[in-house]
Design a protein around this ligand. Sequence first.
Ligand code: SER
Length: 322
Amino acid sequence: MIGATGQIGSELTQALRERYGHSHVVAGWHIKPLSPDVQGSGPGAFVDCCRMKTLEQTVRKYRIKTIYHLAAVLSAKGETNPLQAWENNMKGLINVLEMARQHGCSVFFPSSIGTFGPSTPLINTPQDTIQRPGTIYGISKVAGELFCDYYHKKYGVDARGLRYPGIISNVTLPGGGTTDYAVEIFYRAIRSGKYTCYLKAGTYLDMMYMPDAISAAVSLMEADGNRLKHRNAYNVSAMSFDPEALAEEIRKHIPNFVMSYKIDPVRQAIADSWPEKMNDSAARKEWGWSARYNIKTMTRDMIRILSARLAPKLCGELLQIR
Ligand code: SER
């Protein structure tokens, strides 16, 4: 696992360990150290995917069969230093694909709603459509999808990918993304009952709860390769909401929750160019994808878990868990 300290990587590492055996999943870390849970439950290795040597040492030492490449600079952060984001995202992936080619590994590559742009149909976004993203993150993810396909066709590398929506989770915070508000809002709602949102009311975006994001990765990687026509990368969709709808859902559990707005023009422009809801029929048909959580069940679960962790006392007074 490259990026085992990140939002998705930290939880995917643990899920893969539960499924395939703790000693069989190596947690790769680079800038941040591994969390105590991840560090204590299986092997870990320093892996800077932009430096082939550290990657190769780990692949050889542990005889890696599948590389989950979860390290990337996200959309909003990427805009602060576009060339650095391009360098990190592309060099990392190309090194991973080269390693996979040389050592016969499979690859999981998370792509994103960020691969779409203003000229894409943003409602019921088709699997195969116009992809002209406006962020360096999106450009690197489109190029990544194409590189994965290229390595599959030219060298037979079994590289598979998903176009993730915004991911909502309660273990590791995201960082530098446009969809991060949908995670931050829960922490603030529970801690202070207030949140200032940087996206406008009416900004509908595709979102997914982490358990579905994990099950999508596992199901795709375990799917029969002969059935996969769109390896890189599948639209996967679960729920679509705007900040108001999420605030309303949170108020069912925290009735006094107050949301205000202070719009960030950079992230607003990015969000406006991303799908409200992707069409994920190819994933459903080719490997049986379907999401379990909607806004209601996700919100209930987020509040239950975070309130137990963040505000055990407050929880009894303010929350009415349904
Ligand atoms: N969550 C990501 C971001 O906001 C999109 O894939 O950048």
